[in-house]
Each structure stands twice: as C-alpha cells, then as structure tokens.
Design a protein around this ligand. Structure first.
Ligand code: 5GP
Ligand code: ZN
Length: 111
C-alpha cells in the first residue's frame, strides 16, 4: 500500500527500530511511547481492520501472539504486558494497517 506508514517501514523507506522480524511480521518500537516499553507488532500483509483480514491473516495473528509470549522476557516484559488493537474511529486508530500494541516495562494504569 503506497501511503501506508507501516508498509513503508517494512521495506525500509521509513526508518524504525526493529526488534524482531520474520517472513510474516515485525516488532518495532512505537515512535510515541505511552508506556516505558511500547512496541508494535505489525503483520506484513496490509489490511486495515480485523474484519478485512484473510484466513492467512488470522494464521499470522495467531503466530504473533505465540511469538510475543516467547519473546516477552527478552524484550523486558518479564513482569507482564498489555496488548491492544485499536479498531476504527471510536478506538482512535490512526494507522490503517492492523497492528498490535505491546505495552509494559512498568506498572500500567488499570483499564
Ligand atoms: P493506532 O493509533 O493506529 O492504534 O497506532 C498507531 C501507532 O503508530 C501510534 O502509537 C503511533 O505512535 C505509531 N506510529 C505512527 N507513525 C510511526 C512511525 O513512523 N514510526 C513508528 N515506529 N511508530 C509510528
Ligand atoms: Zn500497510
């Protein structure tokens, strides 16, 4: 997708701090962190919201959740973390390429 920040980050057109990358997704540092550790897991495939994802997209989302569990300690999240997906207007989604926020590294406020 031409105008998508995350697609541009994936191909290196926009710089980022990538902490993990494989053939299906990457984990980068959020440029505007709202927690001591704030990362974003981004599938390679471009789709805006959950209802637009394919079966393949669902497989990758499952893989991401699994991998976050594996990587958490190494990312400084050994004490716990919060995952968030903002979907659409009401949630304040600003980048329309589905992604999972990973927040932690400190005691987070109760939801
Ligand atoms: P959303 O509001 O769509 O759930 O989250 C988009 C996130 O992407 C925001 O937390 C924002 O800080 C982050 N973001 C926007 N532009 C960039 C960028 O160029 N680089 C990185 N690393 N994060 C970005
Ligand atoms: Zn995209």
């Amino acid at each position: 997708m031409e105008d998508c920040i995350f697609c541009k980050i994936r191909v290196g057109e926009i710089p980022s701090t990538k902490l993990y990358e494989d053939e299906d997704f990457m984990i980068i540092k959020d440029i505007n962190p709202v927690a001591k550790i704030h990362l974003i897991a981004i599938p390679n495939e471009h789709y805006a919201t959950l209802e637009m994802q394919t079966e393949e997209g669902a497989r990758v989302l499952g893989k991401i959740l699994n991998k976050i569990g594996d990587l958490a300690d190494g990312l400084g999240l050994e004490n716990g973390y919060r995952l968030v997906i903002n979907q659409g207007e009401d949630a304040g989604q600003t980048v329309h390429h589905l992604h999972i926020h990973i927040m932690g590294g400190e005691k987070l406020k109760n939801m």
